[in-house]
Design a protein around this ligand. Structure first.
Ligand code: NAD
Length: 428
């Protein structure tokens, strides 16, 4: 099955897997055996270009770039040229499937995918089948079929597939994970998380047509952005490492805020106002795990409110963590009073090892330093041969909530069975 899935080893290393890889990479570099990784990027909009910059800063070579929008492609070509003494990568922009030509190049080791999420999976599958490692932006896939295609391609090719879930590297969430591993929360019983972030301004092009985010509101009734919130929670709970998601129930609340926004922005006769949308302002999902843990997941990228983002909360038999507004914790063994304590009071004691090692390098990167770790850990996994820090089984388990929640909403809240993408290996 290649190097992708060694559950026991991964459990032993926990999320310090990347740290171990990092040390391995440093040793390789010291021995002069480390060659620059050669990366191609598909989709150089906002996110793809940002990650491209991190890759260039990490010493990666970029022989080729692909984007259907020439201005975006040309901008990214200039970014590479500026960083590499004027040497320009080859551009691919002959249409939406031109990435297929690029991934066949022999001078590429890995592909970074930064397109809209509807097409992440087919690009990743094509890249792995062409012998390339993959770093894919979130989410990994929007249909169950695409989830399985990703699993099959990763297992059959032995390539490293990593989903770029940066919230898994947030320092405070890793600190909570350390508290969990030390038993301070007791047995974990319940988690709550959400992505609640007004993204309406990203859904319409200047002419009022839909961006890829707007198209998701048009096409999908479920939780379309589950990984920033669910990923760290799944890590806490040991999903795919002794537990797994078994069922999903979702309810949605209709489109009052979305329709209100369209009415504010577009004239009544604009074609975008005439579309029938499947999506809702807010979708609430309950996931049940094999061990009986319940996860309450909220998704709302439409209702108006000041900026917010992902939040995470946890309940165990001996402790509780909340981060909806303030990051607070209560631990039966430690908190002297029945009062919340700021998590920061434990910062020194529970400083995550990878943050201890790379704090300075991470400090200037996006999303509170988490973006540094995504790129660093992917490159180290490629250099050291794996395992992937956010592997394909994690990626599809978390991403499958998109398809399962949509089906549940469409069927009036009917419970949906979660596939076991590990084919039984979650119990290993
Ligand atoms: N991890 C994070 O914190 C984070 C933050 C923002 C976005 N994202 C993810 O990054 C991805 C990109 O988001 P964005 O905000 O940069 O979007 P964007 O619209 O700015 O960029 C997408 C780019 O992909 C290109 N593209 C579309 N179809 C293509 C195709 N067939 N071939 C080649 N290029 C194609 C577009 O032309 C555009 O340049 C999304 O999946 C999103 O979920 C993640």
């Amino acid at each position: 099955m290649g190097n992708q899935f060694n559950r026991r080893e991964f459990i032993r290393l926990g999320t310090a897997a990347g740290l171990a890889g990092g040390l391995g990479g440093a040793v390789l570099a010291a021995e002069g055996r480390s060659k620059p990784i050669r990366l191609g990027v598909v989709g150089v909009g906002g996110r793809g270009t940002y990650l491209l910059g991190l890759a260039l800063a990490a010493g990666v070579e970029v022989p080729a770039l692909c984007d259907i929008r020439e201005p975006n492609l040309n901008r990214a070509i200039e970014v590479v040229a500026k960083a590499r003494g004027g040497k320009k990568p080859e551009g691919y922009s002959r249409g939406p499937l031109d990435y297929q030509r690029m991934v066949e190049r022999e001078d590429l080791d890995a592909i970074l995918i930064g397109t809209g999420m509807q097409i992440h999976a087919p690009i990743a599958v094509a890249a792995m089948r062409a012998g390339k490692h993959v770093l894919s932006e979130v989410a990994a896939a929007m249909t169950l079929d695409d989830c399985w295609q990703l699993v099959d391609a990763t297992e059959q090719t032995g390539k490293i597939y990593m989903m770029a879930e940066n919230c898994c590297y947030w320092e405070h969430l890793l600190a909570v994970e350390q508290m969990i591993r030390q038993g301070l929360f007791g047995e974990l019983t319940y988690a709550e998380c959400g992505y609640v972030h007004d993204c309406r301004s990203l859904m319409l092009e200047p002419d009022g047509s839909l961006t890829w985010r707007g198209e998701m509101v048009r096409d999908s009734a479920g939780d379309n952005y589950p990984t920033h919130n669910l990923g760290p929670v799944a890590r806490w709970l040991g999903i795919n490492r002794g537990d797994r998601f078994v069922s999903v129930v979702s309810r949605a609340n209709g489109q009052k805020s979305w329709q209100d926004y369209l009415a504010q922005k577009l004239p009544a006769d604009h074609p975008t106002r005439k579309i029938e949308y499947r999506g809702s302002d807010s979708v609430s999902t309950l996931i049940r795990t094999a061990k009986g843990v319940v996860i309450d997941v909220r998704y709302d990228i439409i209702s108006p409110r000041p900026a917010w983002g992902p939040y995470h909360a946890l309940q165990g038999t001996r402790g509780s963590f909340e981060s909806r507004m303030e990051k607070v914790v209560w631990l039966a063994e430690r908190s002297k009073q029945p009062k919340w304590q700021p998590l920061s009071e434990y910062a020194a004691e529970f400083e995550p090892p990878k943050w201890k090692q790379f704090r300075q390098q991470a400090a200037t990167s996006g999303h509170g330093g988490a973006d540094f770790f995504v790129m660093h850990e992917f490159l180290e996994a490629v250099r050291s041969g794996g395992p992937s820090p956010v592997d394909v089984y994690d990626a599809v388990a978390w991403s499958s909530i998109i398809a399962l929640s949509a089906k549940s909403v469409a069927e009036g809240g009917k419970e949906q069975e979660s596939p076991d993408f590990t084919r039984g290996k979650w119990q290993a």
